[in-house]
Design a protein around this ligand. Sequence first.
Ligand code: NAD
Ligand code: MG
Length: 392
Amino acid sequence: MKRVSIFGATGSIGQNTIDLLRRQPEEFDVVALSGGHNIGQLAKDAIELQANIAVTAHDDRLDDLRRALAGSGIEVAAGQAALKEAAAHPAHWVMSAIVGIAGLPPGLAALEQGATLALANKESLVAAGPVLMDSARRNGARILPVDSEHSAIFQALAGEDISAVNRVIITASGGAFRDWPLNDLAGATVAQASAHPNWDMGQRITIDSASMFNKALEMIEAREFFDFQPDQIEVLVHPESLVHALVGFCDGALMAHVGPPDMRHAIGFALNWPQRRSLPVDQLDLAAAGQLTFREPDIARYPALRLARNVMAQRGLSGAVFNAAKERALDHFIAGRIGFTGMNSVVEEVLTRLSSENGLIDAEITLDSVGKADHLARQCADQLVLEQANRT
Ligand code: NAD
Ligand code: MG
């Protein structure tokens, strides 16, 4: 039996992962499940999947979780340290599907015990790519990409010599506002930004798709995971969301990964790897789809893509700063403190201010320095939002 744990089990990726496990219960032994405030869901899944441990991220929900699992024999725990501890429990396969930098410590703990890490949590790779990749190497552990574009690249690279790759193209749906007049973007509401045309995902990544911060993170993720050069990484808007990525080789061939927009494909691929198994995803009817269209992204609409290029050029701790500034800008947008386009300004200004701080970006990338850069970037973003509020 394969021993598996899921961090972020109650979220969109987590629930899709559970959907797959549920279909092959005799093959998996569930070690740990983690969630946040949705104690009911966490407890229900822990009981159904007979998990050994259930962890909520929030200390003040421990009693609720304990009550919900009373008599089940399932161990309960709460808080960030407990998440790390649960990830250190021996497992063959660990899904990293917490949203945000909070996914980094459990992801690292899973690698340190040698587990295969199925990585949906792109934020940890953007902020601390070298820390994760080094840990995998040192511990003989493997990271498998779960982000659909990176799973697509990984699949297109199977059996290929990576030195023959001369470019990769990751596609973007264009998000909720791809056809809006540019001038209307500043007034876009949280509800409008939370409606994705093609994918059903958590709220934060859905808003990041509308702003293309998600694609910006994914460019950096591709850089960190596959070690491509920044100028080899291209983005195309592909409104149908059927081609997830293309890998270009030196002989001019482009290998495309095509499939319906259903995360269970990428999750299932990582779960069954190195085998391919049947998955409950629709078979794509290309004749019904009719056409596949592609266009260059408009940088005026999506400044996040320009910022990602700066981060890839700068490297060092700029990924950690970028991610943290983005996370805070998104918090402020969701809370109604800044507008939709204000997120770009905040992130850009944080990058500018912290890049001029001596030695910060160029410091060695360790878990500690990433934590420090993350903290400073959040502080700086909050400060900027406050300054802006005082001006208006
Ligand atoms: P979600 O919001 O639906 O779920 C997030 C999960 O993380 C929940 O279980 C929540 O309880 C937990 N969580 C939230 N904050 C936490 C914290 N501070 N500490 C510990 N746990 C916390 O998110 P999602 O859409 O499932 O995305 C999860 C990750 O996968 C993100 O990194 C996202 O970028 C990535 N991803 C998601 C999709 C998708 O289709 N949803 C696709 C590609 C990549
Ligand atoms: Mg993606």
